[in-house]
Design a protein around this ligand. Sequence first.
Ligand SMILES: *Cc1c(COP(=O)(O)O)cnc(C)c1O
Length: 217
Amino acid sequence: MNISENIKKYRSELPEHVKLVAISKTKPNEDLLEAYRAGQRIFGENKIQEMTDKWEQLPKDIEWHMVGHVQRNKVKYMAPFVSLIHAVDSLKLLKEINKRAKQNERTINCLLQIKIAEEDSKFGISREEAREILTSEAYSKMNNVKIIGLMGMATFTDDMEQVKREFQHLKSVFDDFRQEFPALEELSMGMSGDYQVAVDCGSSMVRIGSSIFGARN
Ligand SMILES: *Cc1c(COP(=O)(O)O)cnc(C)c1O
């Protein structure tokens, strides 16, 4: 894998309005630094401990995104530095993020993870549950957390028609919500295997790991 060439390839291929989140989970610091030297500044991880270690060791102008499922008792470790949490799926979690952000005198941006895969998937909430969070009195009183968009993961399948249906569904939820909640501006969808479909369907943020850094063990 030539990491810096991969970064440059994606940067030139992706439309300008689409952010590239380099998913560096399980990869060593040298790999992240190679991407960094090629100009990459947004990195995504799925484990809080690993992300915190990397944040301590790597350049401070990196923007760290948490893309994995978040355990409430670990929010405090990333609250000092995380710039976007992609997979918020409950008001309880949002409350904890707000509390820890406040302790750090910060505002933490979040996305709500919507369940879009037709197959059974463990994570994500329905459109109705997302609306309940966005309209809740509890959320309206949180001053240190801001929901700035939605995130979704398509079914892991070679059937690109199915993937497309799922992404189109998420885009339509996003467009509906935006009428009501203008703060929503990011739509995180697309990974190595399906980012082209996601971009065609209106993604504003793709999360690409293995086709930048190579397969994970
Ligand atoms: C690992 C991961 C990715 C990247 O997956 P690749 O197929 O390696 O590009 C994207 N999003 C989430 C939530 C992930 O956990």
